[in-house]
Design a protein around this ligand. Structure first.
Ligand code: GDP
Ligand code: IMO
Ligand code: MG
Length: 440
């Protein structure tokens, strides 16, 4: 009775979780359980590209049943638009294959406004959020005042308006000094938000169903495959990531399971997704970041521009210190390695590929101190500089369809990661399309 495959990112997001989740989901129950539309998950299937923000990537295949679970913060307008866009592209989405948890939280336009105002006030201390209202919505959830999806069907108009009034009361002191803030007058705040909730709530009502009625029986049925698709990534985790440069949810394996409402005993595969290099959007430490031409080359060859915001992603070498730390804390059983093609091309162009295998402290930013090398990510990670192992040259993966066909240099790179992390690499991406996948 362990039929759950968990898919989480082990870097700073955009590792290719969506494509892995889509690939492994066939006749499955597929669950998105953390984050919101700060996520952008790309799936390329049969040459057609899809960008998903709230729906599980497996929705693209007609035989999967998908759930947006309790841990998600749902921008109801964005969800309506995403459903419409995919339907127009020929994807079947009906209440038969999409369930929206009544426990999921609602992002309202005022959360987005709060996100923007908070980032502005933080100035050079800003997090670099996606400005999608994620942090303010989770904060209000923690404050136990936020509206949930179920409120759209279980609460009366009077009750929703009373709750909006309470939210206005609790927030106005912080926000009403902005002349154009929506918190300026309670009447407008309540009217506008009630109309918004009614419009998009009505469009989504048919999808709302208690997810426990589907998930709990599926957990006891060995014939059902359950795939939980993580969002964001381990180093953006509010608890274990690079606080304060993190998101406001728990993208770790444990947090992802909690958001889905599934206990650890049901997990068969706990897959950690990584790229063969690192990228990061937003602020925060990034020990192996490259500020030179090599960084630019990775960005261009890997098309490292955000799916959600279009921002250029910061790029750098693969960091095995971070990877090892993440593997242990998440209890990862196997790795999925994407962009093997991209790093191979980088190697061919610049003549080498670096991989970080240790951190060394640089006191007062001047000289190295011997014996200060550590192999886990310390709380003051930004004060450490990477120690690299260098692989010569690169490789070309064009036309490879099996592990055996990969160039020797690529296999050496893969096997070094497996040995260093004591973790098998099961899934290898050599291009964005689902057909560009090698199972080892
Ligand atoms: P997610 O947020 O973890 O699902 O990842 P994103 O979709 O935001 O970012 C991954 C990007 O890399 C997307 O543009 C994918 O199409 C692309 N991608 C994923 N795997 C590979 C791969 O193995 N090779 C190449 N060249 N592109 C890939
Ligand atoms: P997927 O699922 C990459 C980053 C933001 C910012 C920080 C906080 O596509 O991998 P937030 O809007 O969540 O308050 O922003 O987290 N971030 C992501 N970076 N991929 C993501 O999702 C991200 N979701 C949030 O850039 O640094
Ligand atoms: Mg992404």
């Amino acid at each position: 009775m362990s039929n759950v495959t968990l898919i989480v990112g082990l870097q700073w997001g955009d590792e290719g979780k969506g494509r892995v989740s889509h690939y492994v989901s066939n006749d499955a129950l597929c669950i998105r359980s953390t984050g919101g539309n700060n996520a952008g998950h790309t799936v390329v299937a049969n040459g057609k590209k899809f960008a998903l923000h709230l729906l599980p990537s497996a929705i693209i295949k007609p035989n999967n049943v998908c759930i947006i679970a309790a841990g998600v913060v749902v921008d109801i307008k964005v969800l309506c638009e995403e459903i419409n866009t995919l339907q127009k592209a020929g994807v079947k989405i009906t209440p038969m294959n999409l369930i929206l948890s009544p426990r999921a939280q609602i992002i309202c336009p005022y959360h987005i406004e709060m996100d923007k105002l908070q980032e502005m006030r933080k100035g050079d201390k800003k997090v670099g959020t996606t400005l999608r209202g994620i942090g303010p919505c989770y904060a209000e959830k923690a404050n136990r005042t936020n509206l949930r999806i179920g409120d759209l069907i279980y609460k009366s108009e009077y009750e929703i308006k009373a709750q909006l009034h309470l939210i206005w009361e609790l927030n106005r002191k912080t926000y009403d000094f902005y002349s154009d803030s929506c918190f300026c007058t309670p009447a407008n705040f309540i009217k506008e938000n009630f109309e918004y909730l009614s419009t998009y709530g009505n469009a989504l009502k048919a999808f709302i169903k208690d997810e426990r009625s589907v998930i709990l029986p599926a957990l006891e049925d060995d014939n059902t495959n359950i795939v939980v698709e993580g969002a964001q990534a381990f180093y953006l985790d509010l608890e274990q990531g690079d606080y304060p440069y993190v998101t406001s949810s728990y993208p770790s394996s444990c947090g992802t399971l909690a958001g889905a409402g599934i206990g650890p005993k049901y997990v068969k595969n706990n897959y950690g997704v990584i790229k063969a290099y690192c990228s990061r959007v937003g602020e925060g430490p990034f020990n192996t970041e490259l500020f030179d031409e090599v960084g630019n080359l990775i960005r261009e060859l890997g098309h490292e521009y955000g799916t959600t915001t279009g921002r250029p992603r910061r790029c750098g070498w693969l960091d095995l210190v971070r990877l090892n730390t993440a593997i242990k804390i998440n209890g990862i059983t196997a790795l999925c390695l994407n962009h093997l093609d991209t790093i191979g091309k980088v190697g061919l162009q610049v003549g080498y590929i670096n991989v970080c295998i240790g951190y060394q402290k640089l006191p007062q930013g001047r000289s190295f101190v011997a014996n200060q090398e550590i192999t886990y990510v310390p709380v003051d990670a930004d004060k450490y500089t990477p120690v690299y192992k260098t692989f010569q040259d690169g490789w070309d993966t064009t036309g490879c369809t099996s592990y055996d066909q990969l160039p020797a240099n690529a296999k050496e790179f893969i096997e070094f990661i497996e040995e260093y992390t004591s973790t098998p690499i099961k899934f290898i991406g050599i291009g964005p399309d689902e057909k560009d996948t090698i199972i080892k």
